[in-house]
Design a protein around this ligand. Structure first.
Ligand SMILES: Nc1ncnc2c1ncn2[C@@H]1O[C@H](COP(=O)(O)OP(=O)(O)OP(=O)(O)O)[C@@H](O)[C@H]1O
Length: 264
């Protein structure tokens, strides 16, 4: 059974314009999916429908088989963790430790069990040595890891990251890739929204292309990035390694630098 299922979802912010039309999508445990598409395609709206920040006008969102309409927002947020595009929309404590501890503490976890959750989340996200720092002593890009650590401490089944690589340097991107890989290996469901096709090509096996209020394609990066009509229609840039492969007239479809080097 899928851990998240959107069944024939429609949604509008205003009566004049439907943003999502009759969309169906399912996500499994132990999977990582990238949702891509041009600005305004409805990516953020779709994930907000998953975590109950928005309610569909039609259709159903099932979390672990339960209709999210029958769950409270608090209950959904225990199962679906959402890291906003801007970490400053989420961070409000004056130390990284307090920020990470906030969610589990609200759920009644305390003492050693709480400390253990904080340490585990900080270790996974590379924040172990900075727990007593003020979050705003960290640059914007690294504050994203504080919001991710706060989610990890809550141990949800589903993680949604909105534009996680925006403003990240090479080391942070690698750290992020490592976090996604670890969470996936723990059986978590990871969904990201991104414009970063290099990151998608290197780290995801499933790509959902949203455009024109619906899913244009749901497939592997190889399928998506070799479909030039689709990429034009959805305004997607292919990853850099594929551009190089095309210019070198290679028949291979490399998705990583290592694959490109092999093909050359
Ligand atoms: N609160 C809102 N009220 C009215 N319209 C909204 C609201 N939020 C988003 N929209 C509109 O809904 C459409 C889809 O927005 P959404 O943020 O879901 O797109 P997106 O694919 O995530 O875009 P981006 O890549 O730019 O973040 C856009 O036309 C946007 O202007």
């Amino acid at each position: 059974m899928a851990i998240v299922e959107l069944k024939n979802i429609s949604f509008s912010y205003t009566p004049e314009q439907e943003i999502i039309h009759d969309l169906s999508l399912a996500f499994d445990s132990g999977s990582a999916t990238a949702i891509v598409g041009q600005n305004g395609a409805g990516k953020t709206t779709t994930v907000k429908l998953i975590n109950h920040l928005l309610i569909p006008s039609q259709g159903q969102v099932l979390i672990n088989g339960h209709d999210s309409r029958e769950l409270t927002t608090a209950k959904v947020s225990q199962q679906v963790g959402y890291a906003f595009q801007n970490p400053d929309d989420q961070i409000f404590n004056n130390s990284i430790r307090k920020e990470i501890a906030y969610g589990p503490k609200e759920n009644g976890i305390k003492g050693e069990a709480l400390e253990k959750k904080v340490i585990q989340a900080a270790e996974l996200t590379g924040l172990r040595d900075f727990l007593d720092e003020h979050p705003y002593n960290f640059p914007y890009s690294l504050r994203k890891f504080i919001t991710i650590a706060s989610l990890v401490a809550m141990d949800p089944d589903v993680y949604i990251f909105d534009e996680p690589t925006a403003g990240q340097d090479h080391i942070s991107r690698q750290r992020l890739a490592g976090i996604i890989k670890t969470l996936k290996s723990q059986g978590k469901c990871i969904i990201i929204i991104t414009h970063d096709m290099n990151f998608v090509a290197e780290n995801f096996q499933r790509v959902v292309v949203l455009s024109e209020h619906k899913i244009l394609r749901d497939g592997t990066p190889q399928e998506i990035f070799t479909d030039t009509d689709l990429m034009t229609r959805a305004n997607i840039e292919p990853p850099a390694v594929l551009n190089i492969a095309n210019q070198a007239r290679l028949s291979a479809v490399p998705l990583t630098v290592a694959e490109l080097v092999n093909a050359l």
